[in-house]
Design a protein around this ligand. Structure first.
Ligand SMILES: [Zn+2]
Length: 210
């Protein structure tokens, strides 16, 4: 893939996430990692999505040094580099503030396995990573630790949002979408006041086998 194609892919997925309302204002950030060249293509910090073009996507190295681009990289670049360093199978990171999922991040509540999609796409329930002050290493450290410990493709970030990962941007994006979908449906199910039935551990194991 050419450098422009990477920028185009990041821009396209970002605008798709924005139109799905997975983040508001200038929040949220996406990246993909070209491991062969050690380059990370990441959204610029505090830049309006309405005018974002592939040329606005920043290129940084694994230590956050700017290689190319007209802006500053996302202030959460450490979230991305921590995950890329700790998870060698991951080449794309999608960070959202999607409202239903983030509401569970605010109450520090794991989203249990209520939908079949959660097993293949997320790997099970959606755990909550400890709080990290935005822009610090701690944000990336706790997110990476939680994803690895629970063997998940997505987790909540306490009082902050969602992070989803994958070997490609479309895969990380769809996982972020399923986190919000599960959170929305769980929220509506809880508000009925009726009993919630989770998918059993046994059935989760059977689904993972298939
Ligand atoms: Zn954020």
């Amino acid at each position: 893939m050419s450098e422009y194609s990477f920028k185009e892919a990041v821009c396209q997925e970002t605008l798709a996430c924005y139109s799905e309302k997975l983040f508001a204002g200038t929040s949220g950030n996406l990246s993909c990692y070209d491991r062969a060249n050690g380059l990370i293509y990441i959204t610029p910090g505090s830049y309006p999505y309405e005018i974002m073009k592939p040329e606005d996507i920043m290129v940084i190295d694994i230590d956050g040094n700017v290689v190319e681009g007209p802006h500053k990289p996302s202030s959460e670049w450490r979230l991305h580099t921590w995950i890329y360093k700790k998870m060698p199978q991951v080449n794309a990171v999608v960070h959202t503030h999607s409202p239903y999922a983030t509401s569970f991040a605010v109450v520090h509540k794991t989203i249990p396995v209520i939908l079949i999609e959660m097993v293949p796409f997320i790997g099970g329930d959606v755990p909550v990573a400890d709080f990290g002050v935005p822009g610090t290493d701690r944000v990336g450290e706790t997110a990476a630790e939680t994803l690895i410990e629970h063997e998940r493709n997505a987790c909540l970030m306490a009082n902050h949002g969602v992070v989803a990962v994958g070997d490609s941007l479309p895969r990380a994006h769809v996982r972020a979408t399923y986190v919000e979908d599960a959170a929305t449906i769980y929220h509506h199910a809880v508000t009925t006041g009726m009993d919630i039935h989770l998918i059993s551990e046994e059935d989760i194991a059977l689904m993972k086998k298939r």
